[in-house]
Design a protein around this ligand. Structure first.
Ligand code: BDR
Ligand code: CA
Length: 315
């Protein structure tokens, strides 16, 4: 039986890679996409999610989520990473479909309650929808099978500050609620995603195998790869959101450290994900009141890229 997933997303070029990767994987069954602000506004994210599904003729539901962070002032959208349309300025025509009437949080709650202990949440944007779902129905913490997020960093330098990763920084209060809830968060952050680089040749092979979405993904991927080449000297683009999907398919590709994680919500360390290692006791007890997370620290880059390519270039 494939794993049932909801992907919470702010598409986003690497979100698009992650969604097509998940849709092509026989190990996964996507029950719906929920959208959030992040790389673009939530309205654009919803349009983008619908467009991705229409490219492959999928009718899975899209539920529109929150438009702003829980407490902090909204930040500018990173058009220098994803383009002003979220897809590298390819400017797709408007989709025909519409989001469902349920909000993202309502859809998450309904789907988890209808499928107790069977649904994995894969969140690859800021975490406001998951935090809202927990507030709406706290029982989902016990009834969700697994929570996987792309976000945060422990040892690796951040990508919006020396200590913060973008998805967490965009809504740190929501992230702290999610890490503090009574469920284990599987964190796929920059400690591993900065160790996985997808080169242009791989992107071209995926393009050539997928007549319905390959050219789009390749064109959008030019913008994304150009950003990482120019800003980080990378030989292609870093694989952020698709790494969270890879974790859903095969967690053995990663090495993890377990321990409670809290998120700094204010000040110059805002958005920092702080892990308390096992075996230490401190007078400061903010970490002692939350469930352990599993934080990815190492990854088999070659195996992850091979899984991505083989899934998206079927023989
Ligand atoms: C994360 O931020 C967004 O730009 C990407 O889509 C990814 O989810 C990487 O920090
Ligand atoms: Ca994303």
């Amino acid at each position: 039986m494939p794993e049932k997933l909801i992907i919470d997303t702010d598409p986003g070029i690497d979100d698009a890679m992650a969604i097509f990767f998940a849709m092509a994987s026989p190990e996964l069954e996507i029950l719906g996409l929920t959208t959030t602000f992040g790389n673009v506004s939530v309205d654009q994210a919803t349009i983008n999610a619908l467009n991705l599904l229409e490219m492959v003729g999928s009718s899975i539901p899209v539920a529109r989520g929150i438009s702003v962070p829980m407490f902090q002032t909204p930040l500018p959208f990173p058009d220098f990473v994803h383009g002003s349309d979220g897809f590298g300025n390819v400017n797709l025509p408007a989709p025909k479909g519409k989001a469902i009437d349920l909000s993202a949080a309502e859809f998450i709650v309904k789907t988890v309650l209808e499928n107790p202990n069977e649904v994995t949440l894969v969140a690859v944007g800021p975490l406001g929808n998951l935090a809202s779902a927990l507030e709406l129905e706290p029982r989902i913490a016990e009834l969700t099978k697994k929570v996987i997020i792309m976000g945060g960093t422990i040892l690796e330098t951040g990508n919006v500050s020396p200590v913060a990763e973008a998805n967490i920084y965009n809504d740190p209060h929501a992230a702290d609620i999610v890490f503090s809830a009574n469920w284990r968060v599987h964190m796929v952050g920059l400690d591993v995603t900065h160790k996985v680089t997808m080169n242009d040749e791989l992107q071209a092979r995926v393009r050539d195998s997928n007549p319905d979405f390959g050219q789009f993904l390749y064109d959008a991927g030019r913008f994304y790869a150009d950003f990482y080449k120019a800003s980080r000297g990378a030989d292609g683009c870093f694989v952020h959101d698709a790494s969270a999907v890879a974790y859903a398919i095969n967690p053995d590709l990663f090495k993890v450290i377990d321990g409670p994680v809290r998120v700094a919500t204010e000040g110059f360390a805002k958005g920092q994900t702080i892990l308390k290692r096992a075996g230490y006791t401190y007078p400061e007890n903010h970490w002692d009141v939350v469930t352990d997370s599993s934080v990815c620290m190492e990854v088999d880059e070659a195996a992850l890229l091979s899984l991505y390519e083989s899934t998206l270039t079927p023989q």
